[in-house]
Design a protein around this ligand. Structure first.
Ligand SMILES: Nc1ncnc2c1ncn2[C@@H]1O[C@H](COP(=O)(O)OP(=O)(O)OP(=O)(O)O)[C@@H](O)[C@H]1O
Ligand SMILES: [Mg+2]
Length: 379
């Protein structure tokens, strides 16, 4: 019988002869495409090139606008940015937006044989997936035993108050991705005459790019143009995940409407002044703050929920995504979270010419997903 569990990420990759020691990561975000190429030399990853292109203009909109483009338009933009940044490799790794997928954990008895896991997951997953199972592709990771035992031992003492012995359960992280999305990405890949090394849900790429060796729970916040994505990561794996339907483009939109200025001007003002405020436009900081307050209050709910469920505190928050560059965000965040806050610096994972160092530090948040993809390819 056919294995019902198609490993989407492996089955759709048609690896061409692309060189083994170079890797390209492509992140098609809602407002821009970002690409990074790295190369392995003497055991180290070296930055070859990178580039970004705003998608707004491909929909007759300003730079910074959120778009929902056809495959043809995406192909056009992607070809352009590949050309501009001089990427010539025939294959690349692609991120898939997290909103096209559903991520959840299943707890199965530990005795289950590995070769029957796929079938069991396919049956069990039906309970979690709101669309017919035939419309999604499933992928899964078995979470390390250490984690499952940790969870069992933590917060679930037996009658004597002593934590229970690990563990008669296997925890499995399941990722269900809509087939429509997978087909759409396949069309983009072939439209650009590329082949796909693999597809990966964006949060996994971002985690790879932003994390060092954190073991205790960390919250990763991706401040995108359309959405703010929260992932709680422990032992290197996703333990909780939430999307807030609010992003950088919403802030620009509000600024543009409230101050009756064009979107492009509002985007420029947001980037220049942010929460520090514009002396000539006193209400700017307040307009932005309304959105930040909303995002942080949603985030606090997610944190509380996690801390209650697992009896563990989140001591560290990492910011990523273009929106994390907002002036004054760190200060407001410090007042909101009782945790150490850090803006991710993914380019610190690769070698680059010294004169690029400063600029790469500020570009890191926008390129984290693309870099994370490329890093996986080189691993
Ligand atoms: N210096 C800055 N200050 C404030 N906002 C900024 C700054 N630089 C970039 N941004 C904002 O970051 C957003 C773009 O970030 P990013 O490239 O991560 O989004 P995206 O990947 O296209 O969106 P999504 O992940 O939601 O699909 C835009 O809203 C942009 O205005
Ligand atoms: Mg993004």
């Amino acid at each position: 019988m056919d294995n019902p569990l198609k490993k989407i990420f492996s089955s759709i990759s048609t690896i061409r002869s692309g060189s083994d020691d170079s890797a390209v990561g492509i992140d098609i975000g809602s407002s821009a495409i970002k690409i990074v190429e790295i190369k392995k030399k003497g055991g180290k990853a070296i930055l070859e090139t990178y580039g970004a292109i705003a998608l707004g203009p491909y929909a007759q909109l300003d730079v910074g606008h959120v778009t929902n483009l056809s495959v043809d338009k995406i192909v056009e933009a992607l070809k352009e940015v590949l050309k501009q940044s001089g990427v010539t490799l025939p294959e690349a790794a692609f991120s898939i937006p997290v909103q096209s997928s559903l991520i959840f954990t299943l707890e199965l008895p530990a005795q289950i044989k590995e070769n029957s896991i796929a079938e069991i997951i396919s049956t069990e997953a039906r309970k979690y997936i709101p669309v017919p199972i035939a419309e999604v592709s499933l992928d899964y990771f078995i979470l390390p035993q250490k984690e499952s035992s940790h969870e069992e031992m933590d917060g679930t003492p037996d009658d004597s108050g002593i934590p229970q012995k690990p563990t008669d359960k296997t925890n499995i992280l399941v990722i269900a991705t809509q087939n429509d999305t997978v087909y759409r990405y396949r069309s983009i890949v072939s439209g650009c005459r590329l082949s796909a090394s693999f597809f990966e849900i964006e949060i996994f790429s971002s985690i790879r790019a932003n994390f060092e060796h954190e073991l205790s729970p960390v919250l990763l916040m991706d401040f995108g143009a359309s959405k703010t994505k929260l992932s709680i990561v422990e032992f290197g794996t996703v333990r909780g995940y939430h999307t807030i339907d609010r992003g950088g483009a919403d802030m620009t939109d509000s600024i543009s409407k409230s101050l009756s200025i064009p979107f492009a001007e509002a985007e420029k003002m947001k980037k220049e002044f942010g929460l520090f405020g514009n002396p000539a436009e006193k209400s700017l900081a307040d307009i932005i703050k309304i959105h930040i307050d909303y995002i942080f209050s949603e985030t606090n709910n997610v944190l509380l929920g996690y801390e209650k469920k697992y009896s563990r505190t989140i001591n560290k928050v990492i910011f990523t995504g273009g929106g994390s560059l907002l002036n004054g965000l760190l200060e407001v965040a410090t007042n909101n979270f009782r945790a150490e806050i850090e803006i991710g610096h993914p380019f610190s994972k690769v070698s680059a010419p010294a004169f690029l160092e400063k600029i790469l530090e500020t570009m890191g948040p926008e390129f984290a997903v693309a870099l994370g993809l490329a890093l996986r390819k080189l691993q």
